[in-house]
Design a protein around this ligand. Structure first.
Ligand SMILES: [Zn+2]
Length: 120
């Protein structure tokens, strides 16, 4: 892969990693023992029934958001590791090169379009 393009992709992935981490930190706490794993924070807005109900609602929506962001973050971190070890851009399923156009749009892609389509 073209070195300049790879550098652009790496920059994009690093920015994305930072963005995802910041978003996660706004609703969750980072776990010390596991990398890239977060625990949603349970809000505390008061002890009356209405506050408690709102806290539970917010906490359950945070859990969903956390799960999505975490999986994006993990793909992003994985892609960065692949850039470092020289396997970036290869499909994890068939081992062929992932289309450049796809990587430009979605740099954390682990599969080529064909394999991704087979999966879903
Ligand atoms: Zn493939």
């Amino acid at each position: 892969m073209d070195k300049d393009l790879l550098k652009q992709i790496k920059d994009k992935l690093l920015k994305e990693k930072e963005r995802l981490e910041n978003e996660l930190l706004s609703i969750a706490d980072k776990k010390e023992e596991v990398a890239n794993d977060f625990d949603s924070r349970f809000p505390n807005w008061g002890d009356d029934i209405d506050s408690n109900a709102a806290e539970v609602d917010t906490y359950s929506s945070r859990l969903g958001i956390e799960k999505n962001l975490e999986s994006l973050l993990q793909s992003t971190v994985k892609a960065l590791a692949k850039i470092d070890n020289g396997t970036y851009g290869l499909c994890e399923q068939c081992g062929k090169e992932i289309q450049i156009e796809r990587l430009k749009v979605y740099p954390a892609a682990n599969f080529c379009m064909k394999c991704q389509a087979d999966k879903s």
